[in-house]
Design a binder for this molecule. Structure first.
Ligand code: UDX
Ligand code: ADP
Length: 481
């Protein structure tokens, strides 16, 4: 029976996941630990470190009862029966595999801590996404570094499939919970059964599926690669639609009606972002290359390639549509988060859009209801892949020289030459666009990178409108090179 769970890493995955376990399993003490004092202090405060609909309520219900946040990593790891590891796994920035392979330094350090402080048997659960066969490597670190010969570790892979913005719903009603373990041995099967029993406090048993360790690890990379591949496929179609006068929404609707394809993840956009898709595909690419599977690696790399193309294509549309120059023009970027209902900005397409516009001389104003100015500044100053390495930090120079962050959306739009919708926040759908139009420089442009606005209404007001994958406005056709 599990009495105490400790989770190393109080981030986007560890925090919400443990909050849900604590809520649903009041008999288990759940402690989330982190080396970052600021993060733990925020989890213990009224202003949680991440914005996620429904999270506040769950934390308030369980915190202080059987959910705790602490920086005392050693104590709580030592006391736990089950240790989840949910630390960051950034892409390597230097050395072999730079720009593709996962940097497991944080994982390894967590494993060394577990080994050093353990005096009782433990189940170690891989929660952060890791390359296939990480469990095997971690097992070696654990067993070789633990001084107590009577202590045994059982490694499980329990990848998290929650999506940000809907994390609490995904955790409460998951499509499936996947537990990978050494099911070829009795001890391995027992460890799997122990974790399965925790989830079965609220997840129907048929939704808790088991697999061998490596299949579970690979399933996480594969699921994200498949999802991202759908987005890149529809985004590739969007370019073709614009060139031919077809409408990508109609194409997506028509193909989504095929029950074999299904309607989800077919929203054409300025490009996918987030901490998972690109990172995990590049990981997959690296694994394939390491195994000599170059064609497979090239196939998956092209999913990221189309995503880069889509972001670049959007910026080129903005610049060419506005008479081939945005120099000195105020352009308002509506939304900086990588998707709605989150304040997360990791790998957000807004970074490339802002950089592209700044490079052409624009004066960029950013408005996002959940992203603070220092976060915008951090993202715009980080080197590629550096965002997930807390120690690397931003590079020198002031990225905010050409960027302003606005607190109020109408003030953000006033005197702009163009608006670029980058995040699909609901509030952007219901703005008073007549008021916005009246306050803008004419001709007033809207580039809808999410296809969420009422384009006909905007055109009737007088806006020049560009939307992804739809027939291009005659005005824009005449200006585009
Ligand atoms: C993803 C996976 O969905 C989740 O299962 C995994 O655990 C982590 O990675 P997340 O990155 O949080 O979750 O969000 P997701 O909803 O998948 O969106 C990722 C990106 O794709 C966002 O930038 C989103 O705007 C974009 N997207 C999504 C599209 O452009 N079009 C779509 O149709 C769907
Ligand atoms: P994710 O999105 O996967 O949850 P985050 O970057 O949001 O990733 O969170 C990872 C957390 O793990 C960070 O808060 C970081 O401080 C923490 N962390 C990294 N290494 C360790 C470690 N060795 N011990 C404790 N916490 C760690």
């Amino acid at each position: 029976m599990v009495r105490k769970i400790c989770c190393i890493g109080a981030g986007y995955v560890g925090g919400p996941t443990m909050a849900m376990i604590a809520l649903k399993c009041p008999q288990i003490e759940v402690v989330v630990v982190d080396i970052s004092e600021a993060r733990i202090a925020a989890w213990n405060s009224d202003e949680l470190p991440i914005y996620e609909p429904g999270l506040n309520e769950v934390v308030i219900a369980a915190r202080g009862r059987n959910l705790f946040f602490s920086t005392d990593v050693k104590k709580h790891v030592a006391e736990a029966d089950v240790v989840f590891v949910s630390v960051n796994t950034p892409t390597k920035t230097t050395g072999i595999g730079a720009g593709k392979a996962a940097d497991l330094a944080y994982w390894e350090s967590a494993a060394r801590t577990i080994a050093a402080v353990s005096t009782s048997n433990k189940i170690i659960v891989e929660k952060s996404t890791v390359p296939v066969r990480t469990a095997e490597a971690i097992e070696k670190v654990l067993t070789r570094n633990c001084s107590n010969p009577d202590v045994s570790f059982h490694i499980l892979s329990n990848p998290e499939f929650l999506a940000e913005g809907t994390a609490m719903k995904d955790l409460e009603f998951p499509d499936r919970v996947l537990i990978g373990g050494r099911i070829e041995t009795e001890a391995g099967r027992n460890a799997v059964a122990t974790l399965k029993a925790v989830y079965e406090n609220w997840v129907p048993p048929e939704r808790v599926i088991t697999a061998n360790l490596w299949s579970a690890e690979l399933s996480k990379l594969a699921a994200n690669a498949f999802l991202a591949q759908r987005i890149s496929s529809i985004n590739a179609m969007s370019a073709l639609c614009e060139a031919t006068g077809a409408d990508v929404s109609q194409v997506a609707f028509a193909i989504g009606k095929d029950s074999r394809i299904g309607p989800k993840f077919l929203n054409s956009s300025v490009g996918f972002g987030g901490s998972c898709f690109q990172k995990e595909i590049l990981n997959l690419v690296y694994i394939c290359e390491s195994l000599g599977l170059q064609e497979v690696a090239d196939y998956w790399r092209s999913v990221v390639g189309i995503n880069d193309y889509q972001k670049d294509r959007f910026v080129r549309r903005v610049i060419s549509g506005m008479f081939n120059t945005v120099r000195g023009k105020k352009i308002t970027v509506l939304g900086f988060a990588f998707k709605k209902d989150t304040g997360d900005t990791r790998e957000t397409p807004a970074i490339e859009v802002c950089r592209g516009l700044i490079a052409d001389g624009a004066k960029v104003t950013v408005f996002d209801p959940q992203v603070k100015p220092d976060q915008v500044s951090y993202e715009l100053s980080c080197e590629k892949f550096a965002w997930d390495h807390p120690k690397l930090g931003p590079s020198p120079g002031d990225p905010m020289q050409h960027v302003t962050c606005a607190e109020e959306v109408y003030a953000a739009c006033a005197e702009s030459h163009a608006l670029c919708v980058i995040t699909e926040w609901d509030m952007f759908k219901t703005l008073d666009y007549q008021k916005v139009y009246d306050s803008m420089v004419k001709p007033a442009f809207i580039f809808d990178g999410r296809n969420i606005l009422d384009h006909e209404h905007l055109r009737s007001i007088g806006f020049i409108v560009y939307c992804i994958g739809k027939p291009v406005d005659p005005f824009l056709l005449s200006t585009m090179s």
